[in-house]
Design a protein around this ligand. Structure first.
Ligand code: FEO
Length: 170
């Protein structure tokens, strides 16, 4: 069972997760424009993760007998001035998403909907990981600044990232 309030908030989250995917794709496009293929790869993998998050909400809504609605997305920011600006924007966005997940958890707990609580626990853990990863990369790009050798090494490191969806999905 799923209340109208949870249904509406979860549908809202499908939108936020798809927006996140587009936002990271815009960041990937900027990195490609700079010919930083490793940084671009990092954000393309991030895009795939966000689509995966969106589909998790989409599938969960359907599994609980609700109906998912797909709505229009705002255009993401496409222009950036530096790698530091990109990672700062990504971190700010993940802080927003973390607040959203906490908000959903508050509602689920308040309604004593333990199926939703269990589902959302995965996202609570995921957000800790996202904030740690992106926060760490922001610190790194701040430290290396305009040092082209260090940027080259970081680009090579980020080129290795791949997307592997978890196998035990609901
Ligand atoms: Fe789906 Fe990056 O939060």
């Amino acid at each position: 069972m799923i209340s109208e309030k949870i249904l509406s908030e979860f549908n809202e989250q499908v939108k936020h997760e798809f927006f996140s995917a587009n936002y990271y794709l815009a960041m990937a496009a900027y990195c490609k424009h700079l010919e930083l293929e490793g940084f671009a790869n990092f954000f393309i993998v991030q895009t795939e993760e966000e689509r995966f998050h969106a589909m998790k909400f989409f599938n969960f809504i359907n599994n609980l007998g609700g109906r998912a609605y797909i709505t229009a997305l705002d255009e993401p920011q496409n222009e950036f001035n530096s790698l530091e600006e990109i990672f700062a924007a990504a971190l700010k966005h993940e802080e927003f998403v973390t607040d959203r997940i906490n908000h959903l958890m508050d509602i689920a707990v308040n309604e004593k909907n333990y199926a939703c609580v269990s589902f959302l626990n995965w996202f609570v853990d995921e957000q800790v990981e996202e904030l740690t990863t992106i926060g760490g990369l922001l610190t790194k790009v701040k430290r290396i600044g305009e040092n082209s050798n260090a940027i080259y090494l970081m680009d090579a490191e980020l080129a290795k990232r791949t997307f592997t969806p978890p196998t035990t999905e609901k």
